[in-house]
Design a binder for this molecule. Structure first.
Ligand code: PHE
Length: 490
């Protein structure tokens, strides 16, 4: 309707000077007219130019007065020719009508208030509601005088509003009726032969396509990728961690963890029923491990207990990725020595009570450097390098205990958001009782550290219950919409 009106009007008129007036004359909705103008302009049927005008609109209060009259009129009418007491007048009117009415009617000298007698009386015979009249004029689209406008603006009965419309002329593709373009070239078109007369719609090469349905990365995977990049930038090689099932030997014994250690209890570790035991271990190395546990050696007194092969054979779900590190260091020791920097990020399992921050499975990030003559200073230096790449340059260390490292240090970082020191990892220098039975040269040290992947991920993604991050209760929306992760860039 709007489109037809515009195009046919332009057929015998030079222009539509003002879309607002045009809509009013034709009884059309201006918003609809504007939409059609934009579309016709886009296709070159018409050329449209913006017009902006400041118009006046009535505020809510203004609308009320336009409908029922101004408060001063109500006040005047409520005063009988003989006058009225304040109390009686107040009873006849709404509080706001009374207040505003009093102020305006006294200003206009329509009424007077005798303060001593508390009596209101009329001062004129007859009054006119100018406010109401002017408001109605404005509503009808007429322009009132500047004095009136100023007065009504101060009383907040009207407000300026920018009105937007268009002036319209014929465009380069003008036609009295919009052409419909064919979008498909069909078999019927060919059979009928009407394709010769069809005009085809052009391709829109900038149209956006359907959003692609694809996979989504879990936040843990995004954070893991970032850690991986940091290790790789520091020249670390990734260790193969593709075995969740490990023997007690590599998980504990090779790490000089005594067989009666509480971590080796079924309360803390998941043992396997099938296959319950490992098939093979390097026998000569097993002998040396047994000896160091029982009798010590390399300057150590050992643990002085009866080391049992059956304990070492038990299969379990690895409790830490340090099991992988022990395998890798053993392999390294079988060849002429070469310094190495290794890392791993993968899943570990602990038979723990599940709560807000603990699950029975989680991920560990582990790094180690193996070289001649490394010291605690090297460890602290590497930790500073590593953690400053995560944006944590303020570190503190606390002495700690691990069966396989000496010295051992817990790592703390100052958390600007939490305003406190938070534990971010564990570290140490692997003991000679672990490294020397493997066959590594005596002057080789291994510095290492580990941390969980869940903890930084929860902090970065603002998740405070681990069950919202991992497991069957996770909201799939979180997986679909979680933002990318960039570590150390602030
Ligand atoms: N394996 C330790 C843990 O599970 C972490 C660690 C790795 C500590 C390397 C010292 C050296 O917490």
């Amino acid at each position: 309707m709007e489109e037809e009106a515009i195009l046919s009007h332009l057929q015998d008129h030079e222009e539509i000077a003002d879309s607002g007036q045009f809509a009013a004359e034709k009884g059309l909705d201006h918003d609809k007219v504007v939409n059609v103008i934009k579309s016709l302009h886009g296709y070159g049927y018409i050329v449209a130019q913006d017009i902006k005008r400041e118009t006046l609109v009535l505020t809510e209060e203004g609308e009320t007065y336009a409908a029922v009259g101004s408060p001063e009129i109500h006040l005047f009418m409520a005063i009988p020719p003989e006058g009225i007491s304040r109390e009686a007048l107040e009873q006849r009117l709404d509080t706001s009508v009374f207040k505003i009415g009093c102020a305006q009617a006294s200003k206009l000298k329509w009424v007077e208030y005798d303060k001593k007698k508390k009596i209101f009386s009329r001062q004129v015979q007859h009054v006119e509601d100018r406010v109401k009249d002017v408001l109605i004029q404005i509503k009808d689209g007429q322009a009132p005088g500047p004095e009136d406008v100023r007065a009504l603006k101060t009383r907040k009965l009207i407000a300026p509003q920018i009105w937007k419309g268009y002036s319209v002329k014929k465009g380069p593709n003008y036609a009295p009726k919009r052409k419909t373009f064919a979008t498909d070239f069909t078999r019927e078109n060919m059979q009928r032969g009407d394709w010769k007369d069809l005009e085809f719609k052009g391709y829109n090469f900038s149209a956006k396509g359907q959003p692609l349905e694809g996979g989504h990365l879990h936040p843990l995977l995004k954070v893991r990728q970032q850690f991986k990049m940091i290790f790789q930038q520091m020249g670390f090689e990734e260790m193969p961690t593709n075995n969740f099932v490990e023997s007690s030997f590599w998980n504990f014994d090779a790490l000089f963890q005594p067989q009666q250690h509480p971590a080796r209890d079924s309360h803390d570790t998941f043992f396997l029923r099938v296959p319950a035991t490992t098939k093979e271990l390097p026998e000569d190395y097993v002998e040396r491990v047994k000896k160091v546990h029982e009798l010590g050696g390399y300057g150590s007194r050992g643990y002085a207990y009866d080391w049992k092969r059956e304990e070492a054979n038990k299969n379990l779900l690895r409790t830490h990725t340090t099991a992988v590190s022990s395998r890798m260091l053993y392999l390294l020791a079988q060849k002429p020595f070469q310094p190495k920097k290794y890392f791993s990020i993968d899943r570990v399992f602990r038979n723990e009570a599940v709560d807000k921050t603990h699950l029975a499975e989680f991920h560990q990030i582990e790094g180690l450097v193996c070289d001649r003559g490394l010291t605690l200073g090297d460890l602290i230096g590497v930790l500073h390098d590593f953690f400053s790449r995560l944006g944590m340059s303020n570190l503190r260390f606390k002495p700690a205990y691990n069966p396989y490292t000496e010295p051992s240090m817990e790592i703390f970082s100052y958390h600007e958001g939490f305003k406190k020191w938070v534990e971010i990892g564990n570290s140490g220098i692997f003991r000679p009782e672990m490294l020397l039975p493997m066959g590594l040269p005596e002057d080789v040290s291994v510095i290492a550290w580990g941390l969980s992947l869940e903890r930084p991920t929860m902090i970065l993604y603002g998740v405070d219950n681990i069950r919202d991050l991992f497991g069957h209760k996770v909201d799939l929306g979180l997986i679909k919409r979680n933002p990318i992760c960039r570590l150390g860039i602030y």
